[in-house]
Write a protein that binds this ligand. Sequence first.
Ligand code: NAD
Length: 512
Amino acid sequence: MTHPIQEVLQRIGVNDHPVAVAVGNTWQAGAGEALTGKSPIDGSTLVTLTQATPSDVDTVVATARSAFQTWRNVPAPRRGEFVRLIGNALREHKADLAAIVSWEAGKITQEALGEVQEMIDICDFAVGQSRQLYGKTIASERPGHRLMEQWHPLGPVGVISAFNFPVAVWSWNAMLAFVCGDPVVWKPSEKTPLCAIACQQIVNNVARDFPEAPDGISSLLIGGADVGQALAAHPDLPLISATGSVPMGRAVASTVAGRLGLSLLELGGNNAMIVTESADLEMTVRSALFSAVGTCGQRCTSLRRLIVHDSIADKLLTSLKKAYEKLPIGNPLDEGTLVGPLIDQRSLDAMQTALRTAEEQGGTVHFGNPIMQDVPAGGCYVHPAIVEMPGQTEIVQQETFAPILYVIRYTELDEAIALHNGVPQGLSSSIMTNDIRQAEQFLTPAGSDCGIANVNVGPSGAEIGGAFGGEKETGGGRESGSDAWKAYMRRATNTINYSTELPLAQGIKFDL
Ligand code: NAD
């Protein structure tokens, strides 16, 4: 019997026997070991393919390099038109791509559709950006001179991505890179190969009918960490954008730094919400719930630490536990399900180990058990956990990529902010309060130390318009909106002398 995902793939134009490497428009098998892609929903086999190896990397990068020679000279608004057409194709295949995301990453349909919508949004953003790749004109200190800066295409960009946003993260990078004049070589997570194959096919479909798009504007290598390392080491990829865990970021960053390349890092988070005594508790429960259990706690921005004022902690915990009791957990494709499966058994084991460690460190665990009944067999389903902690112990300072919400009490806001910032990661953060002074304090230089700081909005669920990323071990990179496009271009400062004199800067005299 054919798997239901086959029909979806066919509608996008993916071949019956997908392969791991796309050298531009040409699909070919990798030279590596076999990879079997299984669905976290029910363990069913989705695809079997031969993975890429580091030996496949040179050909792909050479094709991207040659694509760069022509794409960089295509006017940026025309490059924007290419991205506009990709956005249209994504609109057409929104439900198809979302279904693949659900089958491979286990997301509920609503969140999978939201992820594809995010791709469409970044396409729209990038189209506008293609007419706004501005440089500055700067007052020259020399008479008869003009000083200005231009932004030029950087070169082919290597993108390494994680399983939990299997299509959106690539699009944040790729759509900006395309309008900036850069081809993209993508190494997705080996846990979500079909999502990547579908995206590559969508770009190929658009590129086929777009005369200026060179072969190799977009390429794909499905493989493991060794392929990621080969990209990181490649001298013809000036920028490596890597999204994933902190250990992966360290490994990639040191390889890229070894050749003095550029890296854009989007790594793990350990996101918190401070709930003050004046907070709207009903809103707090709703936003904490979405942030903590959405995507089964497998978002980089998932809420992991709730830092609650002592005076309201009991009341908030009672409401939160009531909400957790009612959570519809199960098949993510069923309407009404809010919590789907974890990605695999390793994640489930890591969650259970973290819960036992939390208990050893003085925590009281509510829920958190694996679920065997009324869920599809073959998937790793769990009841999201709430853990009351006596303080911010070692386990609370780690990112366990599963739905565990640690609750810590505080009495003074300064203490809450110190707890908030007292972890190695710095991605997303929020404060729930109706006290304007406390809200503002949270946003000052002495407040949240994260890349994202929200007021009366949970830490999860960012819009594409803002720059996305975080500080400390999260890696410091920024993607998506605002001026994140600058990472994909190189800045040239130009001095133009339109006079007949040759004055030197700083008034230096150097005449014979
Ligand atoms: P992961 O680090 O295991 O893998 C991510 C990618 O890196 C995969 O493609 C993998 O093959 C590759 N990789 C792994 N080790 C490598 C190495 N040594 N060299 C080169 N490439 C290597 O992460 P995951 O389990 O897929 O995703 C979960 C993690 O990603 C969490 O820590 C989460 O917070 C983080 N994440 C961060 C963001 C963000 O924007 N900050 C977004 C999504 C996920």
